[in-house]
Write a protein that binds this ligand. Sequence first.
Ligand SMILES: [Zn+2]
Length: 247
Amino acid sequence: MKTKILIVILVSFLVISVVAAGLMAAKPDKAGRPEKLKQIIFVHPVAPDKPGKPDKPPGKPPKEPEEPKDNTYYEFWGGYLADTLAYHINPNVGLVTAGDPVAAVNSAVEAWDVVTADDLFSYAGTTTESWYAEDGENTISWVKFIPRDYIAVAVMWYDPATMIIYEVDIVFNTFHNWGIDPGKKDRAFDIQNIATHEFGHPAGLDDLYDEIYSELTMYGYSKTGETKKCSLEEGDISGAQELYGAP
Ligand SMILES: [Zn+2]
């Protein structure tokens, strides 16, 4: 008898939950934003000893001699921005160097905006929010998360029907040190360097893992002290301009 009552209560609770979820989903969203967006996550790992796409089964060693670098290549992941994306920065970083993390991120963003006709991104001030969530806000923050090998993640929500990106959150991993143009002894990642790469994802570009692309901003690995991703290469620029036009 008791079990029966419990089942009835549970079933009632489930029905109420489903109805409530339905009501919530039916709520009108921000103008033009579809209700059901798909999530995509780009992870940016620390450069391994033997580069290649991460998480693939072991294979043949890289070809010898080393192939020449290709700085003209790019790949799209499919999504793109249809409108200027306003982002907030949580400046709570814990830098190991002197400097302004907000200015560093904004410089990274500017690298993409100066090479494109469309205004891709605009800075909307600081925030106390952190991590990633589909909340209608585009948040740039620093959080300690696992796996610690990931330097940063770019999480986006897009409409699979149109491939328009509606939301982007970028999280930098504080398992690592962060700085503004850090020296070798700091063992820290340069904010602008990693941020320029991460903003390439909402700009529409995919990661490139082959070592011949290691000079491009969209190369998928980074090392501490590295700053070469701050400046876009021919491939990064060509990709962005194919989507948004040249200024
Ligand atoms: Zn990436």
